[in-house]
Design a protein around this ligand. Structure first.
Ligand code: FAD
Length: 411
């Protein structure tokens, strides 16, 4: 023992949950979170939803009240960057030169926005959205903006697009694929949201890329698109995915492959180091190739709980069912499982909206729902239990999904 207790690098969704779950599990030793952001852990999902829409303020984003950390004896270092790991000596070094000893280290470093490698990306008026600081800057700029261009029709880009459209702004979304959320959702879901957004006045340019971002006197004025045309813009949001923050682990000699590689109990190559959340690549029965890196609140929370339970003496493999949500244009999209873009889609009407069941080789890989919370909850159980109603059953609104989910058979 070097009396360092548990040190967690990254004070985000996963890091906070690991610290809180350690205490809930009865772990009594020192727990220290190291975070490079200037404020304690907060939720990111509202940044592209209620927070930017002005429906929740910054105080409503914090994951715990200020007194929580003292009360639970959790050290929460803000504005502190971990710059290296000395695995032999079981110490980490911070940017200010301090060293902190650990018995077990949890890497919860999250991910960062993928940069758009074109000229002009540094111009004023060009944004990415990851932190509360980013959201505040965008919020300030939006008041002056008229033409909004969004690069990437992923979840964050589309959530932002619908907020801007609701404010009466002129919104163009530029996307390389032929439909929105192409990597993440089925064609029927993509078509539904395309229509919803178009009805709200959002213009899509599919099959289109960005050659350059152009401006004068340091401020953006237009995007030069791949076909040479110009798309006028006084505010640009780039939302083209994220990269895992894995460099610290790689420099310490841990295995990384688009994420820090962990085993079924979320331990890295080094038995004294775990990795959780957006930064971790883990084995899972839910993924086509048996491994995945998942960027979601569910994944961050459940992996943190799994690691805390192991540290507290109750080890178990990580086996939580992956689920995700997005709010766009007044609709709630919820997804369970990890289907691939080529998986077959079977549509099912629901009381509030519709569901899409995804199949690969006649086996159910995921269920997507729109405005159908009850079906989503049933879907979580169905996927978790590895059940696979036939495509005909899935399409039949009379087939009792809830009964199937609860283990009471079909219709
Ligand atoms: P993070 O929450 O990103 O935390 C990692 C922290 O570690 C960060 O604060 C980072 O700065 C810090 N860090 C990194 N390196 C170091 C270092 N060396 N030293 C110290 N600190 C370091 N998910 C959903 O499920 N549903 C949604 O609707 C949804 N919407 C989203 C909307 C937005 C705008 C964003 C940005 C994300 C959204 N997500 C959503 C994703 C979700 O927020 C993430 O999957 C989740 O936050 C991951 O948690 P994490 O702890 O792994 O990473």
């Amino acid at each position: 023992m070097n009396e360092g207790g548990i040190v967690i690098i990254g004070a985000g969704q996963a890091g906070l949950q690991a610290a809180a779950s350690l205490r809930e599990s009865g772990f009594d030793g020192p727990v220290t979170m190291i975070g490079d952001e200037p404020i304690p852990p907060y939720q990111r999902p509202p940044l592209s939803k209620a927070y930017l829409a002005g429906k929740v303020d910054a105080a409503g984003l914090f994951l715990r009240a200020p007194g929580f950390y003292v009360e639970h004896r959790i050290g929460c270092e803000t504005s502190s960057m971990a710059v290296s790991i000395d695995r032999g000596g079981r110490r980490i070094r911070l940017g200010d030169g301090r060293e902190i000893a650990y018995d077990h280290l949890v890497l919860a470093t999250g991910s960062r926005n993928r940069p758009l490698p074109v000229s002009g990306a540094e111009l004023a008026g060009v944004y990415q959205l990851r932190s509360i600081t980013d959201a505040d800057r965008i919020q300030e700029a939006i008041g002056e903006a008229r033409n909004i261009a969004i690069v990437g029709a992923g979840f964050i880009g589309l959530e932002f697009a619908s907020i801007c459209a609701a404010r009466g702004l002129c919104v163009t979304v530029i996307e390389a694929a032929d439909r929105p959320m192409a990597r993440a959702v089925s064609e029927p879901i993509a078509a539904f949201f395309r229509e919803t957004h178009e009805k709200a006045g959002i213009r899509f340019l599919f099959g289109s890329g960005v050659q350059a971002i152009e401006g004068r006197t340091g401020r953006v004025e237009a995007l030069r698109l791949s076909d040479g045309t110009a798309c006028p813009a006084d505010l640009v949001l780039i939302g083209i995915g994220v990269l895992p923050n894995q460099e610290l682990a790689a420099e310490a000699g841990l295995r990384v492959e688009d994420g820090i590689v962990v085993d079924p109990v979320l331990v890295t190559d080094d038995p004294s180091i775990s990795a959780i959340g957006d930064c971790a690549r883990f084995p899972t029965r839910f993924a086509a190739h048996g491994v995945a890196r998942v960027e979601s609140v569910q994944n961050a929370i459940d992996q943190a709980r799994c690691v805390a339970a192991r540290i507290a003496g109750r080890p178990a493999p990580y086996d939580a069912v992956p689920w995700f949500w997005s709010d766009q244009g007044g609709h709630k999209l919820q997804m369970v499982g990890l289907p691939l873009p080529g998986d077959v889609s079977v549509r099912r009407p629901t009381a509030g909206g519709f569901a899409v069941f995804r199949y690969r080789d006649a086996y159910l890989t995921g269920i997507e729902t729109v405005d159908s919370a009850t079906e989503h909850m049933a879907a979580r159980r169905i996927i978790a239990r590895g059940l696979s109603p036939t495509p005909d059953e899935a399409a039949d609104p009379a087939f009792d999904l809830k009964a199937l989910a609860m283990g009471r058979g079909g219709a």
